[in-house]
Design a binder for this molecule. Structure first.
Ligand code: 5GP
Ligand code: MG
Length: 180
């Protein structure tokens, strides 16, 4: 049987250097905007784990981080219905929440998560996404920090997977079937 990582090629869309530079810029901006606030980062697993790890290390501020597991994607297609696969471990009430998400696509996931968090009475909700597929939006959702705007291609790498594979790539690329 063919190995899944041999069956596909990944065309580089954003290099490791580009990603690191932009993530540093955004981390610095967030640190300035949230100086002296009581911030709780909410990282959306699994896709945001690499982005969150880089972002928090490049931030110059005090904050806590919690992880939430959501699922709406199966293979390369959104199922359209979001599910929470875990619960919050940290208190949300009265905190400045910054959601860290890998990709904003149709907007369904983020819209759902923002509503769920709002029920828990935080002081504020801010969103930071790595990739924004603006052209794929179906639900309007406000995003305060976005690292890159990309087209409507299926991407992998830098924590983002295809059926669990490709998360370890240091760059982000477009997944294509290999012609070999
Ligand atoms: P939305 O609910 O905005 O349509 O979908 C957002 C979620 O779908 C993202 O958090 C991400 O996990 C997943 N997603 C969207 N586009 C891609 C993609 O190109 N590759 C992968 N692996 N996941 C994606
Ligand atoms: Mg995600």
């Amino acid at each position: 049987m063919m190995n899944i990582e041999e069956k596909y090629v990944v065309d580089v869309l954003l290099s490791e250097e580009e990603i690191q530079k932009r993530v540093s810029e955004v981390a610095l901006q967030i640190s300035k905007d949230f100086k002296d606030k009581e911030v709780l980062l909410v990282s959306v697993l699994n896709g945001s784990f690499v982005f969150s790890a880089d972002l928090i290390r490049k931030m110059d501020m005090k904050c806590k981080i919690d992880f939430i597991s959501l699922s709406s994607y199966l293979g390369t297609h959104s199922q359209g219905k979001v599910k929470i696969l875990s619960e919050f471990k940290e208190d949300i009430i009265g905190k400045d929440i910054i959601i860290i998400e890998d990709i904003l696509d149709t907007g369904t996931t983020l819209d759902f998560l923002k509503r769920e968090i709002a029920f828990k009475k935080p002081k504020s909700i801010t969103t930071c996404v790595l990739l924004d597929k603006k052209c794929a939006r179906k639900t309007e959702v406000d995003v305060e920090y976005s690292c890159f705007e990309i087209g409507n291609d299926f991407v992998v790498g830098y924590g983002i997977d295809y059926n669990g594979f490709f998360r370890g790539l240091p760059y982000i690329g477009i997944l294509k079937e290999s012609t070999q």
